[in-house]
Design a protein around this ligand. Sequence first.
Ligand code: PMP
Length: 431
Amino acid sequence: MDKRKKTSQMQERAMKTMPLGVNSNGRYWGKKVTPYFQRGKGAYVWDVDGNQYIDYRLAFGPVILGYAYDEVDEKVISAIRDGVTPGITSQLELEAAEKIVELCPATEKVRLVNGGSDATQHALRVARAYTGKEKIIKFEGGYHGSYDYVLFSTYAPPSTYGNSRSPITVPASSGIPSALGDLIITLPFNNLEILEATLKRCGNEVAAIITEPMLGNFGCADPLPGFMDGVRRLCDEYGIVWILDEVKTGFRIAKGGAQEKYGYQPDITTYAKALGNGYPVAAYGGKAKIMDIVGQGVTQGGTYAGNAVAAAAAKATLEIMSTQNVHGYIDAMGSRLQNGLRAIFKKAGIPCLLSSMPAIFSVSFGIESNLDAREWAKADASIYKKIAARAFEKGILIDEDPREPFCMSYSHTEKDIDDTLEIFDEIVRTL
Ligand code: PMP
């Protein structure tokens, strides 16, 4: 019997109406293998054929508590009953904003927006307005959103990266005006020497350095000790705004994200994903003296910004994180999975690197270190894809793209992890 009959039929139907049969490119895995979703509960999702998966993809990170999480959903449903988008500020929005400020040590003032791209886009505008400068620096392999300003050297193949002294900035899509390439400088991650040399040359033109706490969309390269401190120091030296993009790590690696876990002091931070356990909500915030220019010369609108669904979801999610040991639990489950995977690949003699934190990590084959996008690009993507495809067949959902991390939720149980490890062990033995 064909396990994916309905999936194939749905894809055929969807291809007629939506490009690639999906609403976001990363959801397309290819013909006959692209999953179509029926429902999710806790750590599990079911496809339209009713096949069940233990999910470590978690929608690219947002589902921190679990799918259809009653404690959040009930708050959202109750908010919906009072009207979703009044276009007037509600107490719920205020309480969500207060909670973000309470949990995130470097965030004194915040605005709720609709998605991660919305958040980083506004953060960049604020940085440009605050400094009166126009250029931004981002790191190769860093992803900061779906809009033209930041879609450079994101998914470019390594052959186009250029050499380290004169890095080439490569648009990640056709349709991006080439003039925008003049406003962005893309550099290798983890290389303070190149960053410093670049700033010596043109630091007086740079408004912002935007970086993730690790390359969360490109094999989870962690920062070397001192790298982020160096970014902070250079931003101070050259009058540059440091934007820490915590869309993927915020409320995931700790209640207060990387700025709590590592004590980073960014000027502006961007949030989305785990902030609302999968509901569409995002935020950007930072030092009061910078954020206060919003509305004082800096425009920011948004019909749906702070709507009741977003605000209720954020408030409920953050309250659960504040009162329950969500992150301790996730770290324990993530470590169990990381340690188990490490042991399985070691036993099989398959060189494998597990990078970054238990709550969000990458499994990369054939490389020993993962300093930046160039180094990670040498990883063996074909073995990863083979393992991911077999795991999918056996009921484990990880992304088919090796750049995307494994994520953990509060709903994964020890049994889920152990079942997952058993399946990986079997896959590796029969590779
Ligand atoms: N920044 C980072 C670090 C992200 O991972 C993403 C999404 N993957 C974004 C920004 C953009 O967020 P969104 O898809 O919600 O626009």
